[in-house]
Write a protein that binds this ligand. Structure first.
Ligand SMILES: Cc1cc2nc3c(=O)[nH]c(=O)nc-3n(C[C@H](O)[C@H](O)[C@H](O)COP(=O)(O)OP(=O)(O)OC[C@H]3O[C@@H](n4cnc5c(N)ncnc54)[C@H](O)[C@@H]3O)c2cc1C
Length: 485
């Protein structure tokens, strides 16, 4: 029997769609070419749940952003995913007050709740570390922060709990359309048959659309670079602070993450279509990020020694400049998901499900269970809970990651839930995310992953194919063959 719907792409958009479809009595599947969820644009972005004043009124972006924002709270409670409505400020420097009024008007047209313009005094009361030259600021109380890859994992786990089949490490490379169904052909020659296909392939959504014979939009990468700080440094802002936007985007922001860690970025650099995988950071780009953040919050100059990581992500920038959520016979595109695609994802999912209702009989499933729990963190337990956890499972007593306080029990639980790579474990547990960036814990994690899965250590990947972390044993390098382990 063919599937009713196959969703191609397990980023935040694809996983949100899969979870939405799992509420109905249909047969659905979720496919990604990577070994895990959320490894495209979803893993490297600002993680802001935008309020919705940035986008032109009457666009899909503005409509789905405001709706998506409204859905976030309940979604994150159901899925036990991080979310905090910390609010956002767009700060007017250098006499940009007029721009703030324009954004305010746009926000009203887009029906953004609660926005107002704050005078300098109130701005500085809220954010005492802000540049004293600030004029006024647009305050949006509905803006928030989340952890996108954790949410994508939660959505996918909940979709699978409710009957969606998941195929990872499965790249769609070809399509054959027949009257009643579509055959999706994987790069290994396997076939998945489906009545409808949802294209949520992020940077590659144009390529999937072309497989169906449609060549009317392209997706180009627009890179954004970031600095992440050590948790030892208390973030210098409470809300997310933006400069006034330009035609290149919302500008270099200063925010805290849901883990109360300071994050600054992103800049904005257009790359060529052939550079979709180019997420290198550059000296020039990182300087731009630092200078931009310092303009908003001058105290950042003294915080430089607290940076622990820089990284970059590529926005899937569509040639249409708006989201592309449309039906083409048996194909539904959920493409061009540039910012605010993370925010909009729950609303895109609702929209796609409504579109599918015209072609498939979709009844609400009584057995649908919206609740999923994330891995319980030892660090968050109180003394009594820790004691009890260690009595029940001694692996809680082995601290694998000293910076983020992650125990072996959590690493094992991540593997039980499907993590097969070092990043898969990192994104589920925070192991290797702290100051040492894996310097201390990685050998333990490799050993545990090999032990729990039976993989040889040389097979263990950091993330995608070709990212093996151990190339050879030192004795092999010296010319003496050794046992795999
Ligand atoms: C620098 C930056 C900052 C951003 N900041 C924000 C923000 O603060 N707030 C916000 O709302 N949005 C933000 N965004 C936008 C947001 O990150 C994206 O809109 C969102 O992550 C897109 O999700 P997606 O699921 O469409 O794409 P992706 O996350 O890229 O997922 C696509 C998936 O498709 C898979 N795939 C591709 N081709 C194939 C194939 N042939 N077969 C099988 N699988 C395939 C990929 O492996 C990938 O997992 C930002 C983006 C960037 C890059």
């Amino acid at each position: 029997m063919p599937y009713d719907v196959v969703v191609v792409g397990a980023g935040i958009v694809g996983t949100a769609i899969a979870r939405e479809l799992s509420k109905y009595t249909i047969k659905a599947a979720l496919v990604d070419r990577e070994p895990d969820f959320g490894w495209g644009a979803t893993k490297a972005n600002s993680a802001i749940v935008h309020a919705g004043y940035d986008d032109e009124p009457q666009t899909l972006k503005s409509h789905l952003c405001v709706r998506g924002n409204a859905l976030f709270e309940e979604l994150c409670i159901e899925l036990d995913a991080p979310f905090e409505r910390n609010g956002s400020l767009v700060a007017a420097l250098d006499g940009e007050d007029k721009r703030i009024e324009e954004l305010y008007e746009r926000g009203l047209k887009n029906c953004v709740p609660g926005i107002r313009i704050l005078e300098k005094k109130e701005v500085l009361q809220r954010e005492p570390n802000l540049n004293r030259e600030v004029g006024c600021a647009l305050f949006a109380p509905s803006a928030g922060i989340t952890i996108p890859y954790e949410l994508a994992i939660g959505l996918a786990e909940n979709a699978a709990m409710n009957g969606v089949d998941v195929f990872l490490d499965t790249k769609i490379a070809g399509v054959e359309e027949k009257e009643e169904k579509v055959s999706l052909i994987t790069e290994n020659g396997k076939r998945l048959e489906s009545r409808y296909v949802v294209n949520a392939a992020g940077l590659y959504a144009d390529e999937i659309s072309r497989l169906f014979g449609h060549d009317d939009f392209s997706i180009n990468p627009r890179r954004g670079e970031y600095f992440l700080f050590d948790r030892k440094l208390t973030p210098l802002v409470n809300s997310t602070v933006f400069p006034t936007p330009t035609e290149k985007g919302k500008g270099i922001l200063v925010t805290k993450t849901c883990e109360n860690i300071m994050l600054i970025g992103p800049n904005s650099k257009d790359l060529s279509a052939g550079e979709k995988e180019n997420t290198e950071t550059t000296e020039e780009g990182l300087r731009e990020v630092f200078e931009g953040a310092q303009r908003l919050v001058p105290g950042i100059a003294k915080a430089r020694r607290y940076t622990i990581k820089n990284f970059a992500g590529n926005r899937p920038q569509s040639s249409t400049k708006d989201f592309i959520v449309e039906q083409r016979s048996r194909l539904i595109n959920a493409a061009g998901m540039q910012s605010p695609g993370l925010t909009a994802a729950p609303a895109v999912a609702e929209h796609v499900a409504e579109m599918l209702k015209y072609g498939i009989e979709m009844k609400r499933k009584e057995s649908f269970n919206p609740v999923r729990k994330r891995i319980r963190r030892f660090e968050e337990m109180n003394y009594e809970e820790k004691k009890k956890a260690m009595q029940e499972n001694s692996l809680y007593g082995h601290m694998v990651c000293r910076c983020e306080h992650v125990s072996e029990a959590e690493v094992v639980e991540a593997i039980k839930r499907g993590a097969r790579t070092l990043d898969g474990i990192k994104f589920r547990t925070r192991c290797s995310m702290g100051r040492c960036q894996g310097g201390f814990d990685l050998p333990f994690v490799i050993e545990i992953l090999a032990r729990e899965t039976g993989m040889g250590v040389k097979e263990i990947l950091k993330n995608s194919k070709g990212s093996e972390v151990i190339k050879a044993h030192s004795k092999e390098l010296l010319g003496r063959a050794e046992d795999e382990h």
